[in-house]
Design a protein around this ligand. Structure first.
Ligand code: KG4
Ligand code: ZN
Length: 329
């Protein structure tokens, strides 16, 4: 089985072809970084128009690289939410159109479920497992029992970890997306220097997170610093250390509470080396997709579609499933 996946929920326009036996035949991503750079963040209307401009070419390229063409695709999966509604509409409408024209099943995919199942594509791991989903829009810990079977154990009470990194990068004068920029700058410092940043929620019962206080602490510290890389590097390191430590603390709580033996990380922030090291030190088998498949991509959407089809979880009227800005797992 070959599934074409389409991802347009934020600022990456992506298409991929994945096989039922876990081979990624193509995985094409066009980032809209340049389009949003003048505004200092992702502008939903700009994103929707950029998806319209880029998506036909990206889908054509994904099919060509997979050497299968439209006729070689057995199903089409597209992100139908959650995300920026204009972009989600662009990707899901094109996916539905291709599926209808080819008379193959259309699978509406929840973007969070696609992140949640990526480690099964990359590492073939079995259910159940504990999942840390940590991205620009979400920070949550879930128990993944099967396809479509998720239990929320904890989530952020305010900002997502990626949001904290992106906003902190902005006040530190770094480029977007902030997470990778913070990681690169942190590598230039031996340690966090004089900066003592808070570890919100560390040691508290439960598995919830909070990142807005950390973000504020970084802003206050950055305001007093010269905007030179050498001055900012220890602050970037201190921020990265705090994020990694808090994520690991909360996952440690979740491992204790559930007795789970496998911890999986997913989402853009899971690409961070310090975060991966901190999670890898916990008493569990730790699995994280390669960094390129942690952030938004269409291979994960094609794979989630494959899993849903196999589990018989695709609605009969899937072409009428709407695009949703909010869609909790
Ligand atoms: O999963 P993702 O690509 O999009 C969402 O669904 O949000 O995650 C994007 C987030 C951004 O906040 C970005 O700064 C962060 O992931 N990120 C990183 C790294 N790469 C991406 N954060 C820390 N270290 C990285 N290497
Ligand atoms: Zn994402």
């Amino acid at each position: 089985m070959r599934v074409l996946g389409i991802e347009t929920s934020c600022d990456e326009t992506a298409a991929a072809v994945v096989t039922g036996d876990r081979r990624i035949l193509s995985n094409c991503v066009v980032s809209q970084l340049a389009e949003h750079a003048p505004f200092g963040g992702v502008v939903p209307e700009v994103a929707a128009r950029a998806h319209i401009a880029h998506l036909p070419g990206v889908v054509t390229r994904a099919l060509a690289e997979a050497a299968c063409g439209m006729a070689g695709v057995d199903a089409v999966a597209a992100t139908c939410g959650p995300g920026l509604i204009g972009g989600v509409m662009v990707g899901s409408v094109l996916g539905k159109a291709i599926a209808a024209a080819r008379d193959v099943p259309f699978v509406p995919v929840n973007h969070l479920e696609a992140h949640a199942l990526t480690a099964r594509l990359t590492d073939g791991i079995a259910f159940p497992y504990l999942l840390l989903l940590v991205s620009g829009g979400h920070t949550q810990i879930l128990e993944v029992r099967g396809v479509g079977a998720y239990r929320l154990l904890g989530q952020t009470l305010d900002d997502a970890a990626g949001e904290c990194l992106d906003k902190s990068a902005k006040v530190m004068g770094l480029e977007q997306p902030g997470g990778p920029a913070v990681e690169r700058l942190a590598a230039e410092a031996r340690d966090g220097g004089v900066f003592v940043l808070p570890r919100p929620m560390r040691g508290r019962p439960g598995c919830d997170f909070s990142f807005s206080g950390l973000k504020t602490a970084v802003r206050i510290a950055a305001e007093g610093l010269p905007k030179a890389r050498a001055a900012m590097a220890p602050l970037a390191r201190a921020l990265q250390d705090a994020v990694a430590e808090v994520l690991a603390d909360r996952c440690g709580q979740a491992l204790n509470a559930t007795g789970a033996s496998t911890l999986v990380a997913a989402g853009g922030v899971a690409a961070n080396g310090a975060v991966r090291a901190a999670l890898g030190a916990l008493p569990a088998r730790f699995v994280a997709p390669p960094p390129a498949l942690c952030g938004d991509n269409a291979a994960m959407v094609a794979w989630a579609g494959t899993e849903r089809l196999r589990a018989g979880l695709v609605e009969a009227h899937s072409l009428s499933v709407p695009a949703r800005p909010r869609w909790p797992l």
